[in-house]
Write a protein that binds this ligand. Sequence first.
Ligand code: ADP
Ligand code: MG
Length: 581
Amino acid sequence: MTSFKSLGLSEQILKAVTKLGFQIPTEVQKKVIPKLLKKNTDLVALAQTGTGKTAAFGFPMLQLIEHSNKITQGLILSPTRELCLQITNEMNLYSSGIKNINIVAVYGGSNINEQANKIKHGAQIIVATPGRLKDMIRRKYVDISNIKYCVLDEADEMLNMGFYEDIKSILSNSPKGKYSWLFSATMPPEVNKIAKNFMNEPTEITVGTKNSGAKNVNHEYFIVSASERYDTLKALVNINPDIFACIFCRTKIQTQRVADRMINDGYKAAAIHGDLSQSQRDVVMQSFRNKKIQLLVATDVAARGIDVDDITHVINYQLPDEIETYIHRSGRTGRAGKNGKSVIFLLKSDKRKIKQIENKLQKKLTLLEVPSSEKIFHSKIFHWIKEVKNTTFKNDLKNHIYEVKEAFESFSKEEVLKLVLSREFNSFNMNQEEVNLKNQNKSDRRIGRRSLDQKINNKKDRRIGRRSLDQKINNKKDKDRFFINIGLIDLPKYKKESLKDFLKSFLKLNHEDVFQVEVMKNFSFFSTHKNHRNQVLKYFDNLIVNKRKVNIELAKKDKEIFFKNNFKKKRFNSKSKYKKN
Ligand code: ADP
Ligand code: MG
């Protein structure tokens, strides 16, 4: 068995390897690390996502640069801001045993002067997205004329995203004698072009078969019409209550729409796409990593390279044009030896694509049937039982257990279970009703989709939402009021109404459990039932928005009045000032 030590890594790096808990090197690490350490060479390495490419270039780069020299010696280019931050983070972990090393991330959408400042203090390694780096070179904030090593990570994607010209311009500012290491999951012609035009007899390394998907991913598909996609998605999620999925759509609008509908229907979902601000994207990604969001609806570009472990399903809500893109998508799951599923919602007109994918993967795809309502129902009960069994008894209820016991003294265990189940059953029944309504829709084509959904939602509101909401609001003793330092300025793309939904979706509660949300400029108030207090307070632990820690606390009545008045006053003042001028 090959060990990290036998690859020729220094003590400092081996220490970090132990700290990281890496036991044995991955295939690509085994092949790449000794090559780069032994001899200065250009390199093209092809390996699937999740195979440990970051360490394959990161370890050698950290070992080969001169730590005592402050000038920039290593450059790592990556397609997206998320990936750029992820690589910087990994590199910092890899270099935990090395003194005096400075790794700086350079990416768009964030303050350029702050980044320039960090570089001024000496950055031996810069991790950058092409657009921002080009800009910083032009403004002379960054000098890459002395770099020795240049990594093009996820090269296929950078080129897909149209960075060819930027990369060309960046490389023209770098010295001829540097060594370039290109990493990619696939080898489309554009990547070949880069290798040919900018590299010198690169060593080629391929791990696994070229362009093939990860081994432990099962590929499955439903045949649906466009209008059946959403219901199929819900059925799939309902039957897999522990799902942790990335759902791919083709456009930003579709991505947002699917996420909004899921949130509205009470799922823990969020969208990520290029129209969101940086801070919104950060919040979404952090929540997904922490599993506060179960369903991340994404465009290909926004999700690219994101390394989130444990994704159980990749769902192709819409198939991409390129089979390569499908392969990338499915690489988000089945990582680190775990099993994953890549599910396609296939339109009949796209049937021929199945063969193409099968050919590419050298694997058969399995046709699935949309689960029946009966099956979904069964799965929900099963999940509920599991959740109940996993509940920890809250000690503060200890004194009440006798009251409850006494109240049910004359009931058998079965009778109690029946009653508890029937109470829970209400919501299951709701779903059954939804299914029935939707089936009705199929036979009655005249009813538009929207009006049907409205009907369902209205029904929901009337039956459970409204009633329980009113009860909650009226019963002041039972509710907690919270203050949170997130407001419209933090998430500028949101209107007041949708920020309400945003806050609701971030709490690990049902949609209707968060109420009386009042959104202000830079803070908000909301209420929940008292039972949820600890959950809510804990929930926002360690969450960072716009580089500041989210602060949540129980709102005091006088504080709330003060804040709200102050807020109004400020607005009034600024208006009157404006008039005077
Ligand atoms: P890629 O760039 O090929 O998509 P990453 O470098 O992002 O893959 O690595 C994927 C995950 O595997 C990361 O969480 C990383 O920390 C982990 N990893 C990398 N190398 C090893 C290893 N030798 N043993 C265990 N985990 C590893
Ligand atoms: Mg990578």
